[in-house]
Design a protein around this ligand. Structure first.
Ligand code: HH2
Length: 285
């Protein structure tokens, strides 16, 4: 493990208010550490279902330099994850969320259900992370508008189609999500776009998205990329999820170079180090 590094100033706003703009205006992308309190997540399912283990992992990610902790209680992996009810999701979040919030780093709630997001916002989460980009739960856009919180709009599809132009599909999806957001009154300043690496995409399409990420800058909104441990890496170099750190870092550095402002990762210390070194090298150009 890499030694703990010093942390740049937090994106602090007035008490209780999370300042997304401050976090995104730093020279180096922000790192969002993944905390899965699930039995079946694709790379770490079952590791952090016990509340004390989840809290230890969150503490570790904060010490390693995470700027945001993204907590999720339902696996969204494309193959083999079982959909669960909002009640079940809340049962998994209830024993841990407040303690994670208490660590003092902004917490995002990774859920596609507005009931779960609403509950988490009531209990200290400050960002909504919707892997269906406001398009699955009809209550989501209104909720984030009313709470005036940042929202991550992620591209998704029910199934991959190798025949489509994935960049066109993502652009059309974002256009629709942004329309829903505008109609509900979501402030533009609160929106982050995410192409959803590995969601409804072939491995080749995931790599196309990384290679052409700069094209999504035309929306004029901050971009988040989460390539951590994902399956496309194993197409290049056969590997199990826990063996994909090198590929994750390669993908995240590519994304950062193309302008991604938030990187979502399981391996926080290594990701922070890679991003900071790449940024320091770029400063010498
Ligand atoms: N990826 C996963 C889950 N949530 N949210 C955003 N915004 N972007 C992503 O790329 C993203 C996400 C999948 O990773 P993980 O949470 O580790 O897996 P699982 O869904 O199996 O819990």
């Amino acid at each position: 493990m890499i030694a703990t590094m010093s942390r740049p100033a937090r994106a602090a706003g007035p008490a209780g208010h999370f300042d997304l703009t401050a976090l995104l205006s730093r020279p180096c992308p922000a790192v969002m550490g993944v905390l899965n309190v699930t039995p079946d997540s694709f790379s770490d399912g079952g590791q952090f279902t016990a509340p004390e283990r989840a809290l230890t992992q969150a503490r570790r990610m904060v010490a390693e330099g995470a700027d945001i902790i993204d907590i999720g209680a339902e696996s969204t992996r494309p193959y083999g994850s079982a959909p669960i009810s909002a009640d079940e999701e809340l049962k998994r979040l209830q024993p841990v969320l407040s303690d994670v919030v208490g660590l003092g780093v902004p917490v995002s709630i990774d859920s596609m259900k507005s009931a779960v997001v609403g509950w988490a916002l009531d209990h200290g989460a400050v960002i909504a992370n919707d892997v269906w980009g406001l398009q699955r739960d009809p209550g989501m856009a209104g909720l984030v508008a009313q709470r005036n919180v940042p929202v991550i709009i992620m591209h998704n599809r029910d199934r991959a189609d190798p025949a489509i132009d994935i960049m066109k599909d993502i652009a059309a999806f974002f256009t629709h999500s942004l329309d829903l957001a505008a109609k509900a009154g979501v402030s533009q300043d609160n929106i982050v776009l995410d192409p959803g690496i590995g969601f409804g995409k072939t491995s080749e399409q995931s790599m196309t998205v990384l290679a052409r990420l700069h094209e999504l800058q035309r929306f004029g909104l901050p971009l988040l990329v989460g390539a951590s441990r994902k399956r496309f890496i194993s197409v290049v170099t056969p590997s199990e999820p826990h063996q994909r750190l090198g590929g994750s870092i390669a993908a995240h550095l590519t994304a950062a170079k193309a302008g991604a402002r938030i990187i979502r990762a399981h391996d926080v210390a290594e990701t922070v180090q890679a991003l900071r070194v790449a940024a320091a090298i770029r400063e010498q150009e």
